[in-house]
Design a protein. Structure first.
Length: 142
């Protein structure tokens, strides 16, 4: 889990977010405590607390005095929306920029993705293949 170059508290926050997104921790369920996170990842409790507080500041977690931290209602949708925006910024925009450089439009990219995402059948060889290409006459403008 520990990635070099990324602050530990950010990694802790992302791990908790991942658990909320995948349903491991449901909305209104109790989140792991700072001490539990610190013990599990073998880090300083202050570092774990910084990650948890980051999630509190985002509205993902809230504190019930004397009981612990809980997942806020709507936290999963909030995180999914945030992740989708980041996905578009980090992956889709650069993909489209490169596609434009080589003369592909959005429809061409969508076709390439659709073809690349098709499941392989058991009879299909598993050797690497060349990615699908579109001839200029096949391109659609969008």
């Amino acid at each position: 889990m520990i990635e070099e170059g990324k602050p530990l508290f950010v990694q802790i926050a992302e791990e908790v977010e991942d658990s909320i997104i995948d349903g491991s921790i449901a909305e209104e369920a109790q989140a792991p405590s700072t001490n539990e996170l610190a013990a599990f990842y073998r880090i300083n409790p202050a570092t774990a607390a910084k990650g948890v507080n980051m999630l509190v500041d985002k509205g993902v977690l809230y504190k019930r005095r004397g009981i612990g931290m809980f997942v806020s209602p709507g936290a999963r949708d909030l995180l999914l929306s945030e992740r989708r925006s980041l996905f578009a910024l980090r992956y889709v925009q650069p993909l489209l920029a490169e596609a434009r450089k080589i003369g592909l439009g959005p429809a061409d990219v969508a076709d390439l993705i659709r073809v690349s995402a098709e499941p392989t059948t058991p009879t299909t060889p598993t050797t690497p293949t060349t990615p699908p290409t579109l001839e200029p006459s096949d391109r659609r403008t969008s």
